[in-house]
Each structure stands twice: as C-alpha cells, then as structure tokens.
Design a protein around this ligand. Structure first.
Ligand code: IMP
Ligand code: MG
Length: 179
C-alpha cells in the first residue's frame, strides 16, 4: 500500500496537532449550544473520530453517506444521498464534518439540503481544502489545511475505496489512477 504513495503531504503528528487546535476552537464557539456534528461518510470517518474527541463540550453525532465520485479522481457533480441522518436537526446547531473540499459541489449540495431543514445554524469543518479547483463559491468555516491541487489519500480519503486506513495524508502516484 505505501509503495503507491509518491510523497507524504501531512504526517500523523501534523494532523493530530491541527485537529486538536480545531477542537479547541469549536469547543469555544459552541459552548452552551445544542451541537450536532454530522460526519459525511465515508471520507470524514477518521477525522470525525479524532476531532470529536478533541471537542470538550457535549455534542450529538450523526452520519450521512453521500456519493459524488465513482472510481475516478474528479467529481461527477451529481450528488446522491446513500444514507440520511437519524435525527431531525431543526433548531439545532449543525456542524458538517467533511474530509476535503475540492470543487465544492458536494458541500454546496449538503448546505442546501441540510439548510432547508431549518437548523439554528449550519457550519462546515473540513480537514483539507483544495481551493484551486473550486467550481462554486463556498468556503469552509473551519479548515485544517489548505493543500495544492494534487490527488491525496489516507486518513479517510480513498482512491477506489482503498488507502483510507493510511494514518497520514499522502499524494498518490499518478500511475495508480492513470492505469
Ligand atoms: P467536491 O464535491 O469536488 O468538493 O468533492 C468532495 C469529495 O470528493 C470529498 O468529500 C472527497 O470524498 C472527494 N475528493 C476530492 N478530492 C479528493 C482527493 O484528493 N482525494 C480523495 N478524495 C477526494
Ligand atoms: Mg469521498
């Protein structure tokens, strides 16, 4: 698996440090509020697990599974809900937890969809932001790292469902997805 990685972009230690910082900030911003953190499956799984453990206030967690990719490295632009939330979010403070904002199409869809359910507030935290490829005007409220326009895997991010279990974020060798 590791031989398919061209370079390590973010080490385990760098991710851990930044996730802890985000946790402190979110704990301050949401103190006293009814917070629901929504993990966007599957990519945000690892980030969600680590981030919520760095948030020091009560919160609920919920999951939503969506798909916009197939096996390619670019979004199809067509977002589908594969699994919806368990609970209603009306009048609650909702934080969408995402792995990466690339074109922004997935997030735009989620913001429109969840926004129509009348939450008290709706914000986005993403581990990674690739602003170079943005196709719609949308920006995360909290961002772990801004990264260059390269296809990355690990820490939840996949190529063709693989590499999610790498503990770091790495750039995939182009020959893997150009095959
Ligand atoms: P967007 O709709 O183009 O912003 O794409 C968002 C989704 O595409 C993310 O939630 C990821 O699942 C996936 N994605 C975008 N860039 C990458 C990447 O570099 N590696 C792996 N998945 C990615
Ligand atoms: Mg994904």
């Amino acid at each position: 698996m590791r031989q398919d990685i061209a370079s390590v972009l973010l080490t385990e230690a760098e991710i851990k440090k930044r996730v802890a910082e985000l946790g402190v900030q979110i704990s301050q911003d949401y103190a006293g509020k009814d917070l629901v953190a929504i993990c966007i499956l599957k990519g945000a799984l690892h980030f969600m697990a680590d981030l919520t453990r760095e948030i020091d206030i009560p919160l609920a967690i919920d999951f939503m599974a969506i798909s916009s990719y197939g096996a390619g490295t670019k979004t199809s632009g067509e977002v589908r809900i594969l699994q919806d939330l368990d609970a209603a979010i009306a009048d609650r403070h909702v934080l969408i937890v995402e792995d990466i904002v690339d074109s922004g199409l997935t997030l735009k869809y989620l913001v429109d969809n969840l926004g129509s359910r009348r939450p008290a507030s709706l914000r986005i935290v993403t581990l990674l932001d690739k602003p170079a490829r943005r196709a719609v005007t949308i920006s995360p409220d909290y961002n772990g790292f801004e990264i260059p326009d390269e296809f990355v895997v690990g820490y939840g991010l996949d190529f063709d469902e693989k590499y999610r279990n790498l503990p770091f974020i790495g750039v995939l060798k182009p020959e893997i997805y150009e095959k």
